[in-house]
Design a protein around this ligand. Structure first.
Ligand code: FMN
Ligand code: MN
Length: 517
């Protein structure tokens, strides 16, 4: 599909999966950003066809790495549509109300069809391309051209895996993207951070294994820096593990759904179906009780033990810094299935802008209507790429009552993964949050720092290296809205400087003759 859209560049020169593919991809993904640059920002997707040490293997990089490809991934017309269109579709879905007449029922048909497409379909193993080859014994991850991205990385990492687990209580499946460090041919790390859904699935298994004793439950939440592990002695084999399946090289909407910070109640397979406007086809795994996308290139099946942690990292991360080694769960493989000649999909993260910037921006656009469900006063949001997303969120609001900017900050810190937001800036609705120059002007002019800056404490992203403790630290909110008398501000607030329309028209007419262009 990328090829057909003219978005794919093939690389036939021999390059190593150790650092070289990363360096080429980094240069390409950073190209086109300078003002007046000829290439489009983000460059093309790259297919490496001659990977050193892996004859016949192919590596796909940068598949989401431009605005155009991000739109293609989500089934949008790259020339005519904007990412806001998905947000619109989501809004339409949320606005469904009971139809009154026949005509209203008829009008609802497209919305109902959209819901129909959401549910995944399970197909037979014989029809599933991901099972062209099934390896239950003598398999090794060394067969795949897995990359080392940066010089000080702890080793090779699977960087674009869709990790599937099942909530032991509800049976609901989750698919999250959590990187996996290759320890050997049958073992990897499993870097799900403690606040993520799969980590909670593991804790559920631990709670069940520990019985009802509340003391033991809190004890295990405390151990291992909160990763919720403990030495669970003498568990029978059915109890000592959480089953895991990993899909690599899924269709782009499915891959994207694995990074979307959806509430745990929503299966990512539903999100993928909604985005694709077509059901996701699933197939049962061979050795674990899970279903995976049938059209994936590669499937890894296995389990994570409840009583095992291992040092993971260091890893050059999307913050632009290396995250140091830390203990994480370990994934043991029980089976690998793959297509006949699988394409290995990967990404690199590092100093922005890189491929994940485009994914993050798509999340920002799609989540706006969901944010508004809880905080309807929100007009727009911007998570600047340079602040690597969770460090800064700029929000414009329609302010209608005193203290509303503070309420919005607290609401954001309370909402799913937005809890990680380190700094929130709130401006009035007439400030364009996408225009950083305008935001800077507002913030610098509008705040009385002691009055308008609010600090609070809470969970911090595991990748943050500056917080007082790992995973816990402070956050800052800046209320840069115009202050009201109801908020104790009794001085007059000045008007902004704007030229009157009549003068502008007169000068527009004169402009060409002034010789200024
Ligand atoms: C390229 C990429 C790599 C990521 N790596 C990790 C990771 O190693 N660990 C992690 O917890 N989240 C990682 N994330 C973020 C999660 O995928 C994201 O928080 C997702 O919403 C988690 O799914 P969940 O909410 O179902 O747990 C990564 C995201 C991207 C785009
Ligand atoms: Mn999830």
């Amino acid at each position: 599909m990328l090829d057909k859209a003219g978005e794919l560049h093939r690389i036939r020169a021999e390059v190593s999966p150790i650092l070289e593919i990363a360096e080429i991809t980094d240069r390409v993904s950073k190209s086109g950003f300078a003002p007046g640059a000829k290439s489009t920002p983000g460059g093309p997707a790259l297919l490496f066809e001659n990977v050193k040490g892996h004859p016949g293997a192919r590596v796909l990089m940068n598949q989401f790495g431009s605005e155009r490809r991000m739109k293609l991934a989500l089934g949008l017309d790259p020339d005519k549509s904007s990412l806001d269109e998905i947000a619109g579709r989501l809004r339409a879905l949320m606005e469904i109300k009971s139809p009154e007449g026949f005509l209203e029922k008829l009008k609802m048909l497209p919305q109902l069809a959209a819901i129909g497409n959401v549910f995944p379909k399970t197909i037979a193993a014989k029809d599933a391309p991901c099972k062209d080859v099934t390896l239950r014994d003598n398999f090794s991850l060394d067969a795949f051209p897995i990359l080392q991205c940066w010089p000080l990385d702890g080793g090779r990492f699977i960087t674009l895996p869709c990790v599937v687990t099942r909530d032991p209580r509800t049976g609901r499946r989750n698919m999250g993207m959590y990187r996996m460090q290759v320890y050997d041919g049958q073992t990897t790390g499993m870097h799900w951070q403690r606040q993520k859904n799969a980590a909670e699935h593991l804790r559920e298994r631990l709670r069940a294994a520990a019985g009802d004793a509340t003391a033991r439950v809190s004890a295990m939440a405390e151990t291992a820096g909160g990763t919720a592990h403990m030495a669970v002695a003498n568990l029978d084999p059915a109890q000592d593990r959480l089953e895991v399946a990993v899909a690599i090289g899924t269709d782009p909407a499915t891959t994207f759904s694995a990074i979307v910070p959806a509430p745990p109640e929503v299966e990512e397979y539903l999100i993928a179906g909604f985005l694709r406007q077509q059901p996701v086809e699933l197939v049962k795994c061979e050795t674990v009780d899970l279903e995976v996308p049938a059209h994936a290139e590669i499937i890894l099946e296995g389990y994570v033990r409840l009583d095992e942690l291992r040092s993971e990292g260091p890893f050059g991360d999307h913050t632009g810094f290396y995250t140091p080694a830390e203990d994480y769960p370990v994934f043991h493989l029980t089976c690998i299935t793959h297509r006949k000649e699988p394409v290995y999909s990967a990404t690199i993260v590092g100093k922005p802008p890189q491929e994940d910037a485009w994914m993050g921006k798509a999340v920002e656009r799609i989540f706006l209507p969901l944010f508004r469900l809880t905080l309807p006063e929100i007009v727009d949001i911007n998570l600047p790429i340079e602040a690597v997303f969770h460090n800064l969120m700029i929000v414009s609001i329609r302010k209608s009552y005193a203290g509303q900017a503070r309420k919005v900050m607290n609401g954001i810190w309370a909402m799913g993964q937005a809890m990680f937001t380190k700094c929130i800036i709130v401006v009035d609705e007439d400030c364009d949050v996408q225009n950083l120059a305008e935001v800077t002007l507002r913030v610098a002019n509008n705040i009385d720092p002691e009055r308008d800056i609010q600090f609070t404490l809470g969970p911090i992203d595991s990748l943050d290296h500056s917080s007082r403790l790992p995973n816990y630290g402070s956050k800052m909110g800046i209320d840069a809205t115009r202050k009201w008398a109801a908020e104790g501000f009794t001085r007059p607030w000045p008007k902004e400087i704007v030229m009157d329309a009549a003068t502008k028209v007169r000068i527009d007419l004169l402009w060409k003759s002034l010789g200024l262009e």
